[in-house]
Ligand binder design. Structure first.
Ligand SMILES: *[C@@H]1O[C@H](CO)[C@@H](O)[C@H](O)[C@H]1NC(C)=O
Ligand SMILES: *[C@@H]1O[C@H](CO)[C@@H](O)[C@H](O)[C@H]1NC(C)=O
Ligand SMILES: *[C@@H]1O[C@H](CO)[C@@H](O)[C@H](O)[C@H]1NC(C)=O
Ligand SMILES: *[C@@H]1O[C@H](CO)[C@@H](O)[C@H](O)[C@H]1NC(C)=O
Length: 185
């Protein structure tokens, strides 16, 4: 009889374990951040706005990478579509005050995601320095989605209403616009 009881309880344990595993898999985009198990390391990482750490026991921290509330995960970054209009420079300031920058669109996938997600026109991290268009992280512009001429103004925005192959426009950097922030995980 004890043996059957033991089997039954073992079975219950497995079912509970499976439930825990399934539930943790269901948590969206929760990725373990391995070197956080060292508490010394975790403390410095606590400053990263997309890393969340929990004290486990009295010594160890357990940390996860996850986009903060209101930020959207895509690839290895989190994106924030503003609900506020600012100049290009103030937009960049707003993004960097949260540890990020204006969005750098470096793939077709990101271009598609941001176009599909937004409803408005948004500054992106692309600006002209008299001659050349440069991304805010200093990479040179390669793949682009301009809708027309780029000679008139020096800052670039994405227009979500326009087709995604041709929806970048230029405007005066002083103009007020919504903007997209990016935070790399
Ligand atoms: C940045 O923008 C967000 C919303 O888009 C706003 O809530 C926040 O106050 C802004 N921060 C600064 C420093 O302008
Ligand atoms: C600039 O940002 C893009 C998109 O996040 C990234 O793929 C690229 O590696 C970055 N370049 C540099 C020099 O940081
Ligand atoms: C786009 O518009 C819809 C409907 O007005 C709204 O629910 C949604 O939040 C908007 N999306 C963004 C990113 O602002
Ligand atoms: C503009 O950017 C290009 C490419 O990054 C660079 O080679 C050039 O020196 C810059 N020009 C000015 C005026 O800053």
């Amino acid at each position: 009889m004890y043996r059957y009881g033991c089997f039954a309880l073992t079975g219950v344990c497995f079912i509970l374990l499976l439930t825990v595993i399934l539930l943790s898999l269901k948590r969206e985009r929760l990725q373990p951040f391995d070197h956080c198990f060292d508490p010394g390391n975790a403390l410095s990482l606590l400053a990263h706005p997309a890393v969340f750490c929990f004290l486990v026991g009295s010594q160890a921290y357990h940390c996860y990478q996850q986009c903060a509330k209101g930020w959207l995960p895509y690839g290895k970054s989190c994106y924030f579509l503003s609900t506020l209009r600012l100049s290009w420079a103030d937009s960049q300031k707003n993004c960097s005050s949260g540890g990020g920058s204006l969005a750098v669109i470096s793939s077709r996938g990101v271009q598609h995601f941001l176009t599909r997600t937004g409803n408005l026109t948004y500054w992106i991290g692309l600006r002209k320095n008299t001659t050349e268009w440069n991304w805010v992280n200093n990479t040179q512009l390669q793949q682009n989605y301009w809708s027309g001429s780029t000679i008139r103004s020096n800052c670039a925005y994405l227009s979500s209403e326009a087709p995604e192959e041709k929806n970048w426009e230029t405007a005066s950097c002083h103009a007020l616009n919504y903007f997209i922030c990016q935070l790399e995980l």
